[in-house]
Design a protein around this ligand. Structure first.
Ligand code: NAD
Length: 476
């Protein structure tokens, strides 16, 4: 059992002023894994003060200096890949493949930010004005538990590249991963106060970051409900906010699609990260006249996925992160049955032989109507709803009939047609005929899936503010 009792302020590891101790359990076995001493508002204020002091000089570092630090951050994270993966598998229960991917993306985000910084034009002309892109100040980064390293490193890399300093509030459920990552990031030798990490509760540390006048911007990834609370709180001090929130993304199988090729990808889209993924394609839209075929293939593919020990390289679906998350998923499975959807595979309870951890039976509901709860709300587990549609117009209407707009997936034989359908999906990203990873492409949502974008140049500019200088070349 681990004891985690350090936070990181002003370049030093410190014991929190907060005294609350939280217990964490291994999700694959439910054994007690760690006791964490949580930070509180006082710790948060200290971290903000350290970041404010450091900003005075960090904002004046040169492009080359910041590129050098980003390279160092990349190198230290890349060097510790094996330890990071093992800790993520252990604490979060993320299957080896997803834990490896998240860890590699975390290191790669520093390289991406360095590349953007190398080429970015901080000054440009707008008519007679010179426009200078300036850093914002101290940025609060608030992250969830489902890809802890990835979220911390991608937000951190962009903020530092832009010339801001940061106070990070990671999910308290990822404390062991954060403790390890903090020790690794410390090795990059950033100036004291540029990076501060305070692990604590959302309603203490997160709320203090939201209301504190010295925080200029918040970049948040998490649930839509908390995102709204942050946006409301942030407006009092007019903080800039980037919100990456939930989703209920549609996957459209067009009637000319080869279902045998598309279905494994559609199931992977629905179950990635054990279903604990904001961009999961959890509503599968299939043509009415091919419904039976779709049901059969979907069940075949879902039942072929290995559920179990996240350390096993063949495992595709690990446990839910906590008992609470497991219970939430169970509630949705029961709700689907109550509302009259057809249970095609899976169901409530745990898979046989996996009673000790927070494992869910991968579940597919057929004959789902888009107004059922399981089609409207984000479940965050391996639960797929198959919804029949009449024709292309109907498919697009169903796809867009959601409060969310994070992602979409389209599979079709005629590529031009698939692209036409993709263009009509109201979402921040749409994948056509595959699953992809492009670090330069913007990521974020329409509607209640969020505000603003991350990644690439679009994400970088969310950490900058334009200042127009007029008459700068005009002697009096
Ligand atoms: P969450 O919203 O409960 O928590 C996210 C973070 O916010 C945590 O660090 C939490 O402690 C903090 N928080 C909680 N209450 C707060 C408050 N009042 N003020 C400030 N901070 C507060 O989300 P979660 O359960 O950790 O993660 C799952 C959710 O995240 C899902 O809804 C998922 O869709 C979303 N998510 C979105 C993306 C995306 O990029 N769009 C990516 C991953 C996860």
């Amino acid at each position: 059992m681990k004891t985690i009792d350090k936070i990181y302020i002003g370049g030093e590891f410190a014991t929190p002023h907060g005294t609350e101790v939280m217990e964490l359990f291994n999700p694959a076995t439910s054994a007690l894994a760690a006791r964490v001493q949580l930070a509180d508002e006082v710790d948060t204020q200290r971290a903000i003060a350290a970041a404010t002091a450091a900003y005075k000089s960090w904002r004046h570092t040169t492009r080359e200096q910041r590129m050098d630090y980003l390279q160092r951050l990349h190198d230290v994270v890349a060097q510790h890949e094996a330890e990071m993966i093992a800790t993520m598998v252990e604490e979060y229960g993320g299957p080896l493949t997803i834990s490896t991917g998240t860890t590699r993306r975390a290191a790669a985000s520093f390289a991406s930010a360095k590349k953007i910084l190398a080429n970015y034009q901080f000054e440009r002309q707008a008519g007679t004005a010179k426009v200078v892109m300036e850093p914002l100040g101290v940025v609060g980064l608030i992250t969830p538990w489902n890809a802890n390293y990835g979220f911390i490193c991608s937000k951190l890399s962009m903020a530092l590249a832009a010339g801001s300093t940061v106070v990070i509030k990671p999910s308290e459920l990822s404390s062991a991963q954060t403790e390890l990552l903090t020790r690794i990031l410390h090795q990059a030798g950033l100036p004291a106060g540029v990076l501060n990490i305070v692990t604590g509760r959302g309603d203490t540390v997160g709320a203090e970051i939201t209301r504190h006048p010295d925080i200029a911007k918040i970049s948040f990834t998490g649930s839509t409900a908390v995102g709204k609370a942050i946006a409301r709180g942030a407006v009092d001090t007019m903080k800039r906010v980037t919100l990456e929130l939930g989703g209920k993304s549609p996957t459209i199988l067009l009637d000319d699609a080869d279902f045998a090729k598309a279905m494994p990808l559609a199931i992977a889209a629905a179950t990635m990260n054990s279903g604990q993924a904001c961009l999961a394609g959890t509503r599968l839209l299939v043509p009415q006249h091919r419904l039976e075929e779709a049901h059969r293939l979907a069940v075949e593919q879902m039942e072929a996925l290995q559920v179990g020990n996240p350390r096993d390289a063949a495992t595709k679906i690990g446990p839910m992160v906590t008992q609470t998350q497991w219970q939430r998923v169970q509630g949705y499975i029961r709700k689907g049955i109550e509302e009259g959807a057809t249970l095609l595979t899976g169901g409530a309870g745990k898979p046989a032989g996996l009673e000790d951890g927070w494992f869910v039976r991968p579940t597919i509901f057929g004959n789902v109507r888009n107004d059922m709860t399981i089609a409207r709300e984000e479940i965050f587990g391996p639960v797929l709803s198959i919804i029949p549609y009449r024709d292309e117009e109907d498919a697009i209407a169903i796809a867009n009939d959601t409060p969310y707009g994070l992602h979409g997936y389209v599979f079709g034989g005629d590529l031009a047609r698939a692209n036409r359908v993709a263009a009509r999906i109201v979402a921040g990203r749409v994948f056509v005929n595959g699953l992809y990873d492009e670090p330069e492409a913007p990521f974020g949502g329409f509607r209640q899936s969020g505000l603003g974008r991350e990644f690439g140049i679009f994400g970088f500019e969310q950490y900058l503010e334009p200042k127009a200088l007029l008459g700068y070349d005009h002697p009096l």
